[in-house]
Design a binder for this molecule. Structure first.
Ligand SMILES: NC(=O)c1ccc[n+]([C@@H]2O[C@H](COP(=O)([O-])OP(=O)(O)OC[C@H]3O[C@@H](n4cnc5c(N)ncnc54)[C@H](O)[C@@H]3O)[C@@H](O)[C@H]2O)c1
Length: 489
């Protein structure tokens, strides 16, 4: 039950007081498969056509394209004087900036010129997507590469109304098909709580470029290419099944983030195997039935957990094996290190880290019901594993360990076209975080660029982006789902 203070702040008069204390209502975030309502504006700053070709694969013909800071109608954006008003002819839904080939400090002016009017014109829950070179050479190009990161992080902190920005690093000669699942994720509401992040999309030897357009493009009734609306997306009707015919295993699926991962994977067409401890058997079975998947009562710390998961998949779901293995099960046993005994230490490291390594080892040895070539491994880390967190030395060790494991395993498994990635959630509203005392919880919840806690579905959507067959070029990455948490790194 909510505490006295929490109830006071969420009551009518309490809300007014909370507003005056800087605890105003956070913005509503566009979620799900909905695209922005306004046009997607494309700015190509140094002649790259990759973004345009990738957007075309998604059926998105950009409105008002910008070249070198000049709108196609000849309007120069910003320049040295006043901005033309309104620079983008009213609200825009997203600004995609293709900055590949931008290697000089002087060239950064072009980025400022297209971003500045967008800061005003971007609709609520709008998007800025920056595309930059992954590999650059020379001191000035390297400086510019890092400058783009600083700009991305700052824009995330300045945007309002639930709008976000993210930066994608791209190696030369990338097939536009390899970028499409990432652009689709970033533009849609699926990336609602991913803000101020940067990651790399590489070439994929997977199915991405061979996939039919319908496997990548959002299908929104009434949408004419580049427009979609949140309203049009409501109703939960399944229109899009990139994981159809594939088995996805989710540990810790009985509740919280794990239950949402299973639900979103099933929405995307997967046959889901829900794994959790026997004590959670009832909600586990209910969820598996609801999703038409199967339930496996299994403690992940058992030495035979990997073997049992493979045997379950082989017997219940035929010989296809596992497409996606999602290591979500996790626990906290928080104490200052000075009070952390060996038991609290080992429990957390066992569940959150050691179990994953053992299970992966068993599922990757080629046995029936194991992970197939072209499969996906996804782990849940935490911002605590990136920035550290007082009272969580055991938890931070386990989650940082997850990141190390993912980065080491990705190149090892590239030859089998298996991708390995992690999400690092910040503050997500679950039973785990409901245990945090209210004042502390409210501070964690608000201390990010979006001014609110994330929902389990935000983590689930990011994981399902990794799971997509079309995301074969995304591996060894750690994406924070934290609304650009302001604490730590
Ligand atoms: N909630 C957050 O803010 C947050 C932030 C960062 C990371 N995470 C991570 O996300 C994951 C899910 O978190 P949540 O908030 O949904 O937690 P939760 O406590 O609500 O759910 C965790 C689930 O894992 C299961 N589980 C625990 N130990 C297990 C074991 N040995 N074998 C099998 N299942 C086991 C539990 O029974 C439970 O169903 C965890 O790895 C957590 O560390 C959560």
């Amino acid at each position: 039950m909510a505490g006295l203070l929490e109830r006071a702040v969420t009551s009518g008069p309490g809300r007014a007081v909370a507003g005056r204390l800087g605890l105003a209502e956070p913005p509503h975030l566009r979620r799900g498969r909905a695209l922005p309502a306004g046009p997607v504006v494309l700015a190509s700053l140094a002649g790259s056509d990759l973004a345009a070709r990738s957007l075309a694969i998604l059926g998105l013909a950009p409105g008002s394209p910008v070249l070198d800071g000049t709108l196609l109608d000849g309007t120069v954006l910003d320049g040295t004087g006043e901005d033309p008003a309104p620079a983008y002819q009213g609200h825009i839904g997203a600004l995609v900036v293709d900055a590949r080939g931008l290697v000089t400090i002087a060239g950064l002016e072009k980025l400022r010129a297209v971003l500045r009017p967008a800061m005003r014109a971007l609709e609520a829950s709008g998007r800025v997507v920056l595309l930059a070179d992954a590999d650059v050479e020379g001191p000035e190009a390297s400086a510019v590469h890092q400058a783009l990161d600083g700009i991305n992080r700052t824009v995330g902190k300045e945007l309002r109304g639930g709008a976000t920005t993210n930066l994608v690093h791209i190696p030369s000669d990338l097939d536009p098909g390899d970028l499409a699942s990432t652009l689709s994720f970033l533009l849609e509401g699926r990336s609602a709580f991913v803000d101020g992040q940067a990651w790399t999309v590489g070439p994929s030897s997977s199915l991405a470029s061979a996939l039919p357009k319908s496997a990548l493009a959002p299908e929104i009734p009434g949408a004419s290419g580049r427009f979609g609306s949140e309203g049009a997306d409501e109703g939960g009707e399944e229109r899009h099944a990139p994981l159809a015919g594939r088995v996805v295993v989710v540990t810790g699926a009985a509740r919280g983030i794990g239950a949402q991962i299973a639900t979103v994977a099933a929405r995307d067409g997967a046959t889901v195997v829900c794994v959790d401890v026997p004590a959670a058997g009832e909600p586990l079975a209910a969820l598996a039935n609801q999703l038409r998947g199967s339930a496996l009562q299994q403690d992940v710390t058992s030495p035979e957990a990997g073997e049992r998961i493979a045997a379950h998949v082989a017997s219940r779901h035929g010989g296809a094996g596992i497409h996606g293995m999602v290591h979500n099960a996790g626990i906290t046993r928080d104490k200052l290190l000075v009070n952390t005994d060996a038991r609290r230490w080992s429990q957390v490291l066992e569940v959150n880290l050691a179990a994953q390594l053992r299970i992966n080892q068993a599922l990757l040895d080629g046995r029936a019901g194991g992970i197939t070539d072209g499969g996906r491994l996804v782990s849940i880390a935490s911002t605590s594993g990136i920035a550290g967190n007082k009272g969580q030395a055991n938890y931070a060790a386990s989650k940082a360990g997850v990141i190390g494991h993912v980065r080491a395993l990705a190149p090892e498994l590239a030859g089998r076209r298996i991708t390995v990635n992690a999400v690092a959630p910040g503050f997500i509203e679950t039973e785990m975080t409901a245990k945090i005392p209210f004042v502390q919880r409210e501070v964690f919840r608000r201390a990010n660029s979006l001014g609110q806690g994330g929902q389990p579905v935000d983590v689930a959507e990011t994981i399902c982006y990794f799971l997509q067959p079309a995301s074969g070029g995304v591996t060894g990455q750690v994406i924070r789902v934290c609304g650009q948490n302001l604490v730590g790194q």
